[in-house]
Design a binder for this molecule. Structure first.
Ligand SMILES: *[C@@H]1O[C@H](CO)[C@@H](O)[C@H](O)[C@H]1NC(C)=O
Ligand SMILES: *[C@@H]1O[C@H](CO)[C@@H](O)[C@H](O)[C@H]1NC(C)=O
Ligand SMILES: *[C@@H]1O[C@H](CO)[C@@H](O)[C@H](O)[C@H]1NC(C)=O
Length: 330
């Protein structure tokens, strides 16, 4: 699928400059050759495995997913088994769809093009000035689907919608730069989301970190149930982790860290195992997680640490574990 994406021009990029024509041509050629070689295996996989997965999950051709960006591994999974995932984005305030992938042009990692009659502008977090394609900032939306305002609440409305009718979504994102050739030629103008502005962690070095990418990468591990990346005003990032104790014990046994069936895994060993796992899972991320601490109680809807849509309530978790977080950075 990766080779196919290259020759179809559907490789997501933030680069403003496109590849020179010769490079574009060579990449295209390479993609074609690799895709052609692997195609029979893909067909075989489709017949033997992927078809059955599709009938097991009850989706035969296409699916719709809404609310925001999908973790890349989920996107890749559906692409591999041949389900076209039309991922879309919107908010209650935009009743609700703002952007959506079109069935004939699905680019992983994006939420597609803005709907017709809908404008999207990316503005700088601090200055509020519009940014060019490829630059990350706050996503603002204008269009007929944007609400008139919050019911009988002018102050809240004034904060969300400016005098020109631009609605501040509070989401961080960027627009894919337009390329006329090369492996990203089909992606120009699509919207990519990276997280919520209020979740952004500002380190004392002045760097802005979107925790969601790191958290998604770590959550792929079966040793970890939940992770919350923290570090506001600190020199580096840290994390609260709810481990999956059974899996952790198993991993420790496999690695001969403990030899006896019944022996307890010491906290230090747990931390070092989790550290290694976190490091492995985040090798490709642009930021790294420093100190970690173990939290025993899972985040659930019942204890108020998770929303009914299964999103971690950062503010609640940070408030509950403020002592542990402070100790993390001592
Ligand atoms: C929306 O825009 C697309 C592309 O410009 C066009 O093909 C389509 O007809 C438009 N749909 C409506 C309902 O205006
Ligand atoms: C208006 O909205 C703000 C922010 O959501 C809220 O704090 C305030 O109570 C609301 N005011 C009224 C009159 O509902
Ligand atoms: C991390 O990666 C190294 C090298 O690839 C490997 O030896 C190690 O077992 C991995 N650790 C974990 C916890 O997966």
């Amino acid at each position: 699928m990766e080779a196919k994406r290259i020759c179809e021009g559907k490789v997501l990029t933030r680069k403003k400059n496109q590849d020179p024509p010769i490079v574009a041509l060579l990449c295209n050629l390479w993609g074609r050759v690799v895709a052609a070689i692997l195609w029979p295996f893909h067909i075989l996989g489709m017949k033997l495995v992927f078809c059955q997965m599709r009938s097991a999950i009850g989706i035969s051709k296409a699916g719709i997913s809404g609310g925001g960006s999908l973790p890349l591994h989920i996107d890749k999974f559906f692409e591999a088994i041949g389900v076209k995932l039309q991922n879309g984005y919107g908010l209650t305030e935009t009743s609700p769809v703002v952007a959506c992938r079109r069935p004939d042009n699905i680019v992983l990692g994006t939420v597609g093009y803005p709907l017709n009659f809908t404008e999207i502008m990316i503005v700088d977090l601090e200055t509020g000035r519009p940014l060019p394609d490829g630059s990350k900032g706050i996503v603002k939306v204008r269009g007929p689907q944007v609400m008139n305002g919050y019911y009988k609440n002018e102050s809240a409305t004034g904060e969300a919608i400016d005098e020109d009718g631009w609605f501040n979504s509070g989401d961080i994102g960027w627009i894919v730069p337009k390329h006329s050739t090369g492996m990203s030629r089909q992606c120009g103008g699509m919207l990519v989301l990276e997280g919520r502005a209020k979740d952004t962690i500002v380190l004392s070095t002045g760097e802005n970190v979107e925790p969601s990418g790191l958290e998604e990468a770590v959550m792929r591990s079966n040793l970890i149930q939940h992770i919350l990346v923290v570090g506001q005003d600190q020199r580096r990032l840290g994390a609260l982790i709810v481990p999956n104790r059974d899996e952790l014990l198993l991993a420790a046994k496999n690695r001969l860290l403990i030899n006896d069936e019944n022996s307890e895994l010491s906290k230090d060993k747990m931390i070092s195992l989790l550290h290694e796992e976190v490091r492995n899972r985040t090798k490709d991320c642009s930021f790294h997680i420093g100190p970690i601490t173990i939290v025993d109680e899972p985040f659930t809807v019942e204890n108020g640490l998770m929303t009914p849509t299964m999103k971690v309530r950062r503010d609640k978790v940070i408030d509950l574990y403020k002592v542990e977080i402070a100790n993390l950075f001592k």
